[in-house]
Design a protein around this ligand. Structure first.
Ligand SMILES: CC(C)(COP(=O)(O)OP(=O)(O)OC[C@H]1O[C@@H](n2cnc3c(N)ncnc32)[C@H](O)[C@@H]1OP(=O)(O)O)[C@@H](O)C(=O)NCCC(=O)NCCS
Length: 288
């Protein structure tokens, strides 16, 4: 296979404007003390209003109350403020509403930006904006985090992210029971990483379980990792696979349910690569 590292691109002509806009947002977020949830809701609303409805950016409140403006337009304006919308996790009874109130405005800004002409596929600006928002949303966010468009989270606050992690477009990171991503994890387009599951008898019987992707793990296109699964370091889950059990380090798993088809040629000696769900459980019991 040819070695094709990403090509660096020169800055766009609007680089100064881009940097100034991001810097202003960064400063506002950093200053957001006191009633953080309210301040962040205002930051979200004002940022989106400038981008989506500039004619109402300075008089949003008056416009919302102005009956001469079409009802649908007023409703669309209202939805720029996260306090006027509901997000799915708020309906979950295990959602910590106080914690979620802090991250919801930033999730709403993230998701809404992705749907605007300025957002979505606009890689440079999008990656930089998401990198700016991520540390305020996640439990932990390492260096060089890179997310493409239309990534979705559950709570956001239950997600731990190491250094140099890349999350591609349309990925679902369901961090309801917690997701921990090691360093250099890559999650490809349309992959789903879950951390909650439902009883087959009673749908409202929900089990949350921490899902872990170790250092150097790659989850490839359209693959799914179920709740509580540990994909151990350098493990790989092939396109469209469903990982229902732990993935051994350096192994490549494919299919439904995902099974190992090979060990990466750079794997260390076998003794260190044969860790399974059973050995992990045995080890953690031994540690107690
Ligand atoms: C997982 C993957 C990397 C395996 O590649 P590989 O190590 O070269 O494996 P092979 O192509 O030799 O396949 C080994 C066996 O698994 C099968 N297989 C490979 N990928 C599969 C998949 N996604 N689903 C089901 N079966 C698969 C092959 O048909 C082959 O079966 P066989 O032995 O009966 O012929 C690759 O198939 C894949 O899914 N790639 C996704 C795209 C990608 O590379 N993403 C990374 C960038 S983020």
């Amino acid at each position: 296979m040819p070695y094709l590292p990403l090509r660096p691109l020169p800055p766009r002509p609007t680089e100064a404007l881009t940097s100034a806009w991001l810097e202003r947002l960064s400063d506002r977020l950093a200053e957001s003390a006191g009633d953080v949830a309210t301040n962040r809701a205002l930051i979200c609303r004002e940022t989106l209003a400038e981008l989506a409805y500039p004619e109402y950016a300075v008089n949003w409140e008056e416009a919302l109350a102005d009956e001469s403006i079409p009802m649908g337009t007023r409703l669309a304006l209202a939805a720029l403020d996260p306090r006027n919308v509901t997000l799915e996790p708020e309906y979950y009874s295990d959602c910590d509403l106080e914690r979620f109130a802090l991250v919801k405005p930033l999730l709403w800004l993230w998701y809404s930006f992705d749907r605007l002409p300025i957002g979505g596929q606009n890689v440079d600006l999008g990656v930089r904006l998401r990198r700016l928002l991520a540390p305020y949303i996640f439990k932990r966010c390492g260096a060089n985090f890179k997310a493409f468009q239309h990534v979705e989270f559950s709570f956001g606050y239950n997600l731990e992210v190491g250094d140099d992690v890349v999350v591609h477009r349309h990925v679902l990171l369901d961090d309801r029971g917690g997701i921990r991503l090691g360093n250099k994890v890559s999650i490809s387009d349309y992959a789903n990483i879950y951390s909650h599951t439902h009883s087959i008898v009673e749908q409202a019987d929900v089990t949350n379980a921490l899902t872990v992707l170790g250092d150097g793990v790659r989850i490839t296109y359209h693959a799914t990792v179920l709740a509580g699964v540990h994909v151990n370091e350098q493990g790989m889950v092939g396109a469209l696979a469903v990982a229902t059990k732990d993935v051994r380090p350096y192994h490549v798993y494919v299919g439904i349910p995902a099974k190992s088809v090979r060990v990466k040629p750079n794997a260390p000696e076998p003794a260190t690569i044969l860790r399974t769900a059973e050995t992990r459980v045995a080890r953690s019991e031994g540690e107690r």
